[in-house]
Design a protein around this ligand. Structure first.
Ligand code: AHR
Length: 365
């Protein structure tokens, strides 16, 4: 435990501003209504913590900084890259002792994990919220204990006075980028759209859905036939796509929106099995999110037509906040992690970068 009083003062002085992009608004998903009620908090047992494997080297002032990270789970390639990025950044070598907990997509476990971090009196707590609702009580507990909380990757719908800072991608903007690209690509043609959403109640799902629907509303000849959760997993994407194919039948849809790459892989498997062609030369255009290495390989191959990035390399932003707090400096209330969209070769777009081998080779995740 270090400098708790000073940190509280710094937390109280945090300012609202946006860095890295010049945009001036916090992402709209913070205001989104919760999709589901939070499960009872008391019932959950904390997940097991990974033991610290090597002894942490002390920071410049001689003290090791202890950080708890309540991670969503291991549902996707994006998540694996995000986890690795945190583990590499908050390493013993860099002067940290990281308590990493994979919450396995269970909100109740995540709440109890944060409670465990509070009991251990860690210096900082990072939370990647599985769902946006249900955070007020435990955030208040962390604040009462004087532990700064960083909300990372996804958003919570709690008041921003309950945490120190938030950082991540703008999920609404990602959904709008996908919609704007589709409008440009279709150039007035009809769209019969199927959406495979992410996990229910996650701000990544709520934001991407809201953003895409904003553009659907501007196109009267677009129809969203159905929208179901694939839980951000490949198996979930495949299952939902199989059920869509049964319900709507081949030839009755021409766009499939998958809210992450893993779902897109599952959807492709389902369409392959049903003999439905997809990609730039096929009957169905696939839009995906994340733009991980494999997702971009499929984009380069013309199987995924548009892939909207969500950058998982976010730990550096969290470390920057922690370093500032350690130095007694003010921190921004919100930090945007920038991203961009990519389209298959042969497509020119004002909204996206055209894929090439060079872009793929430069991919770090
Ligand atoms: O919150 C980020 C989302 O969560 C990513 O798009 C998805 O792959 C992950 O599971």
């Amino acid at each position: 435990m270090k400098k708790k009083l000073a940190l509280l003062l710094v937390a109280a002085m945090t300012v609202s501003s946006l860095v890295a992009c010049g945009n001036s608004e916090a992402p709209a998903e913070e205001a989104a209504a919760p999709a589901e009620e939070a499960p009872a908090e008391e019932e959950a047992a904390p997940a097991e913590e990974a033991p610290a494997e090597e002894e942490a080297a002390p920071a410049a002032d001689g003290e090791v900084v202890t950080v708890g990270f309540a991670q969503v789970g291991h549902e996707s390639d994006w998540r694996a890259a995000n986890t690795k990025n945190y583990q590499d950044t908050f390493s013993a070598e860099n002067g940290y002792e990281l308590s990493f907990v994979d919450c396995d997509n269970d909100h109740a476990v995540q709440i109890e994990t944060v409670r465990g971090f509070i009991e251990q009196e860690l210096d900082y707590i990072c939370i990647a919220p599985i769902q946006s609702a249900g955070w007020d009580t435990v955030l208040q507990e962390a604040q009462d204990a004087g532990i700064p909380v960083l909300i990372v990757d996804r958003a919570v719908d709690a008041a921003d006075t309950l945490y120190t800072t938030a950082l991540g991608c703008d999920m609404v903007a990602e959904g709008e980028a996908a919609g704007n690209w589709l409008a440009e690509y279709l150039d007035g043609a009809d769209a019969n759209i199927l959406v495979i959403e992410g996990s229910v109640g996650a701000s990544a799902t709520l934001g991407r859905t809201e953003g895409f629907n904003n553009i659907v509303a501007q196109n009267s000849n677009w129809k969203v036939l159905d929208s179901q959760s694939g839980d951000f997993t490949q198996a979930g994407g495949q299952e939902v796509m199989e059920s869509f194919i049964k319900t709507y039948g081949a030839g009755n849809f021409n766009v499939v929106v998958c809210q992450n790459d893993n779902e897109a892989y599952g959807a492709m498997d389902a369409m392959d099995a049903a003999g439905i062609t997809y990609g730039v030369d096929g009957d169905v255009q696939i839009i995906s999110f994340d733009a991980t290495h494999d997702g971009l390989q499929y984009t380069l191959d013309g199987k995924i037509t548009c892939n909207v990035e969500c950058n998982p390399l976010q730990a550096g932003f969290a470390e920057e906040v922690i370093k500032k707090l350690e130095a007694g400096e003010e921190v921004d209330k919100w930090t945007l992690v920038e991203d961009q969209a990519f389209v298959a070769p042969g497509i020119e777009s004002q909204y996206a970068v055209t894929m090439s081998q060079e872009v793929l080779d430069g991919r770090a995740y």
